[in-house]
Design a protein. Structure first.
Length: 334
């Protein structure tokens, strides 16, 4: 732990246009930028018996910056003891960003698939991601190479990744690489629509046992109103050792699984944002289906601090479980 802290402080003191999968905002061309966020949380799980606890959902710190003239770097550590016993390297990549439509990143970063997965953790409307994102996109983070182009000002953005498919800190277990891509169009200033695709090979020393995943997404932001929706279909074998993101673990899945979510929110002039999300997930195994509803409200103290309150009602088929949850989270970005 001391070595990690000394490393970050050293980089900050020596001061050695970021792209790809980062969530720390824009880098400074004047030198290093230290950033991060904390998500302190209280959660009550209505199980049998009811459980409640204060926790950290995430606690992250990172550095990023630009090296003249065409390279940038990005490094993030996860420090939350509720995610892992010890701090670990979350993201670390180098980007060549000279050309707007032909940028390249190499390293460890988010899998370039889907709207919700590629929304920064500190920018989610709800506290947790949907079940379909957690269960079908894993691994959330991977090692690889990604080509990308476009930005918020262009009609189209794209990402095309060549990935190991094994997750963080792991060598590939076969000779094939996963191909993952996402393209998003912006026909109107307030409306985006896009799609994602993955062809992966999760099995040990096996390049014929493939996994195919595809998804469609849309998002609208008009004044204070926002809407996000996504459908994902996934089939084939998968790596059962992978986690389902920060907020969940993979469950046993059938040969084909799919689901969707829709999130509606409205930010008022008083910085209060009521929200509702419905998400559905069909595991493809033993007729197990999840139908979840999230009722919530966000309050923004300022651009860096917000309070989130969510109640998640979970309805499973064929037998409903006792597992609803009430969560309060305070987030600070820096």
């Amino acid at each position: 732990m001391k070595k990690i802290i000394i490393f970050i402080l050293f980089i900050s003191l020596t001061g050695i246009n970021l792209s790809a999968q980062g969530c720390g905002g824009a880098p400074s061309s004047e030198g290093i930028k230290v950033f991060g966020f904390l998500q302190s949380q209280y959660e009550m799980k209505f199980e049998d018996p009811t459980k409640n606890s204060f926790t950290f959902e995430r606690a992250r710190i990172g550095v990023m910056g630009k090296i003249p003239y065409d390279f940038s770097y990005y490094v993030v550590l996860e420090l939350s003891p509720f995610i892992a016993d010890n701090p670990y390297l979350l993201d670390a990549f180098i980007t060549y960003d000279r050309f707007k439509w032909a940028k390249v990143s190499l390293g460890s970063f988010k899998t370039p698939f889907g709207l919700e997965v590629n929304t920064a953790c500190n920018g989610l409307t709800t506290i947790y991601r949907s079940t379909v994102s957690l269960q079908t996109v894993a691994p959330f983070r991977d090692l690889g190479l990604v080509f990308m182009g476009g930005d918020e000002s262009t009609f189209m953005t794209y990402q095309l990744g060549i990935m190991n498919g094994r997750g963080l800190g792991a060598f590939d277990n076969n000779t094939a690489k996963d191909i993952v891509g996402r393209v998003v169009f912006k026909p109107l200033d307030f409306w985006k629509i896009g799609g994602s695709f993955r062809r992966g090979f999760p099995s040990l020393n096996n390049t014929t046992d493939e996994r195919i995943t595809y998804g469609f997404e849309t998002s609208l932001k008009y004044k204070g109103l926002s809407f996000e929706g996504e459908y994902i279909h996934d089939q084939g074998n998968y790596n059962r050792d992978l986690g389902g993101g920060c907020s969940g673990n993979l469950i046993e899945l059938g040969e084909e699984r799919s689901g969707y979510y829709a999130t509606l929110a409205y930010k008022t002039k008083w910085n209060v944002e009521p929200l509702f999300r419905y998400d559905n997930f069909d595991s493809g195994l033993n007729d197990y289906v999840e139908n979840n509803m999230t009722f919530g409200v966000n309050y923004f103290f300022n651009d860096w601090t917000r309070l989130q309150v969510n109640y998640i009602y979970r309805d499973e088929e064929p037998t409903e479980l006792k597992n609803d949850e009430f969560v309060v989270q305070v987030q600070v970005k820096f």
